[in-house]
Design a protein around this ligand. Structure first.
Ligand SMILES: [Zn+2]
Length: 212
């Protein structure tokens, strides 16, 4: 069985794309949002509890998320990708002691210099008509201001919060929470760092070398 993967990376690191590519290779992608919704739909005791928390507008606490994971993961039969959970070192420890419990697991950190991340994000443009995503440096439209996919003109927009200032602040918050997690996994000998500045296919090949 392949190791369980805990995927870590800043917004803009491309970890989401990498995680969905893995899902096509026998891995099951765990999204806590999906788990919450499906547990509510099943109307279990836990689902009713979650439904109550959400309808009050509260955040689901770590213990409830852990209970959801325990109820829905067959950890000895399926290799999972954890993406978006754990979000901090407390959750990382909980995941380790309450669910993974010594199972073969690796934390994969998609590493990218802050300057590169900021460049990626501030140069991102999204077609307002069809949602196609461009990058003015690495994936520009063939004709300036024309969407390759749907042909719309002057519809390639920058998201409001993709400015340098907002992105720098987002990355600082991310670094403050991810660094303790990296230390935690490093101390366990379970941390792999992948250079996320490389082209998407190369990044994926490097990941595959680690997990096979
Ligand atoms: Zn378009």
């Amino acid at each position: 069985m392949k190791p369980h993967l805990i995927i870590l990376g800043a917004p803009g690191s491309g970890k989401g794309t990498q995680a969905s590519r893995l899902a096509g290779k026998g891995y099951r992608h765990i999204s806590t949002g999906d788990l919450l919704r499906s547990e509510i739909a099943k109307n279990t005791e836990l689902g009713q509890k979650v439904s109550g928390i959400l309808s009050r507008g509260d955040l689901v606490d770590d213990n409830t998320v852990m209970a959801l994971l325990k109820a829905n993961c067959d950890i000895n039969m399926v290799s999972y990708i954890f993406d978006g959970f754990p979000r901090n070192v407390v959750q990382a420890e909980m995941l380790d002691t309450q669910l993974l419990q010594g199972c073969n697991s690796i934390a994969v950190y998609y590493k990218l210099e802050p300057g590169v991340l900021i460049d990626r994000i501030v140069n991102r443009r999204t077609c307002a008509k069809c949602g196609e995503i461009y990058n003015l440096n690495t994936k520009p439209p063939m004709k300036s201001n024309v969407c390759d996919k749907c042909g719309s003109i002057n519809e390639l927009k920058q998201r409001k919060d993709d400015t340098q200032e907002v992105v720098s602040n987002r990355l600082k918050i991310f670094a403050d929470t991810v660094n303790p997690m990296l230390l935690f996994y490093k101390a366990k000998g379970a941390l792999v760092e992948i250079d996320a500045s490389k082209p998407e296919d190369e990044v994926f090949d490097n990941l595959e070398k680690v997990i096979c």
